[in-house]
Design a protein around this ligand. Sequence first.
Ligand code: PMP
Length: 296
Amino acid sequence: MPGYDQRDGVIWFNGELIPWADAKVHLLTHALHYGSAVFEGMRAYDGEIFKLTEHSQRLLHSAEILDFELPYSVAELDKAAREVIAANRLTDAYIRPLAWRGSEQMGVAAQKTRINVAIAAWEWGAYFDPAARENGMKLTFAKYRRPDPMTAPVHSKAAGLYMICTVEKNRAEREGFADAVMLDWRGNIAECTGANIFFVKDGTIYTPTADCFLDGITRRTVIALTKQRGWNVVEKRILPEELSGFTECFVTGTAAEVMPVGSVGEYSFKPGEITRTLMDDYAALVRPAKAVAATG
Ligand code: PMP
């Protein structure tokens, strides 16, 4: 498989569709040196991008938090993302919008840099090994913690916030785990390196309050699905030692979708009815045509 810089297809780059291999930036790009980049991750199912507008809105919001204004509106970003999947003839795809400061100015100050926006898309299968869908993934605890909102732009999907995620995800994989659960700066359970986390006890669903990490679009979607089922969802601070009281655990994310967890460190879980139902409900929601075909 060629590297991600050497594929076929086109990339939307500052308003134009250009050949994939031509979508380049210079070494002296501000974003590369100072982390001035924000991004999104979306999935298309049967040709439709799930929650497209929410993702475009979040990209604009993430950029605003980092003090840059994107030169495109939500409607323009939505249109561009649709153009990318159509031009690449993709129906089931992962879509990656990215906005970054360019090379017009070097140094911490960046007022004169151009704000660039690009959108790439490619076929991307399951984020986590589908073999774990039956009994759940094995997770470990991360050493790094999600930072205090006073010390980092925690509600922005900012590239720089992922440096500790990459360190932890690499370490987890090297040690035979699928991912790492990060605590927040206070020591509460926060999220995984690229997905939010949920637990179940006595028919109630619990998830950490998203006050210092990404309130995922999938997290919000799954909360809505649980409410539709009439189940009780509680957002609260969850301490690691409380994990012994939960029977089910799952993670949510655009790339990850809904995936069951079998263990986090020494704590074990068993994917049960709630996890399985939410996996199915989410799968049906992202592919409405298929769900109608199955019932109709
Ligand atoms: N947390 C982190 C750190 C993530 O990278 C992601 C994936 N974007 C999520 C949570 C889940 O967010 P979403 O459901 O919006 O994809």
